[in-house]
Design a protein. Structure first.
Length: 196
């Protein structure tokens, strides 16, 4: 029998070293997967609440809710009703949407409303701030808060809160969005004075 002069192969030490290196790499890769799953779940929840916030803001700022016909009698100046949005009007419209009045902040001149919302066994809390002070238009040629201006802007801030641990009643902000209520006024002459 002839002896092989060069034996090719791996020694036991080399095999063990390779397994240790592969194990370290595998453990490193495996720790990434749970983080990716957590990140994906968090992103999905954030997208869900962003869509809810946008959808709710469309309902809140619907133009047909925020119109008022002001009857102006050219003979009687007492019929010249204020064209500013009243707190009572805001409360009525928000109550109609299922919101409950929470508080009035005199510091920030805002009304705060809350509403619980449930979808697919997930509970959300909507927190809505309506600023009762008219915002001026960015166009410098018109002052958006003058009495005679037809449209007035009122800032709205909507936050969507979620329960990180279901059943605790502790909510944290997950998404928020801003918009404006455009309070449109239509100036008309009262029917009594129109025939004169």
């Amino acid at each position: 029998m002839k002896k092989l002069k060069s034996q090719q192969g791996l020694t036991l030490v080399e095999v063990l070293a390779a397994l240790v290196i592969l194990g370290i790499i595998f453990i490193g890769i495996m720790t990434v997967f749970p983080q990716m799953t957590f990140f994906n779940n968090k992103t999905e929840a954030k997208l869900d609440t962003m869509n809810l916030a946008r959808q709710e803001m469309v309902n809140i700022t619907a133009p047909e809710k925020w119109q008022k016909i002001i009857l102006k009698d050219p003979i009687d100046p007492a019929t010249n009703i204020s064209s500013f949005l009243s707190e009572a009007k805001i409360k009525d419209e928000m109550t109609a949407l299922g919101y409950s009045f929470n508080t009035l902040s005199s510091t920030h001149q805002l009304l705060r409303f809350e509403r619980l919302y449930e979808e697919n066994s997930k509970k959300y809390m909507y927190e809505l701030d309506v600023y009762v002070q008219c915002e001026e238009y960015t166009d410098s040629s018109t002052s958006g808060c003058e009495e005679e201006e037809k449209d007035k802007l009122y800032k709205v801030h909507l936050k969507v809160l979620v329960e990180p641990t279901p059943g605790t009643g502790n909510y944290v902000v997950n998404s928020e969005t801003f918009s404006y209520l455009t309070y449109s006024t239509v100036n008309e002459t009262s029917p009594e004075s129109a025939g004169d």
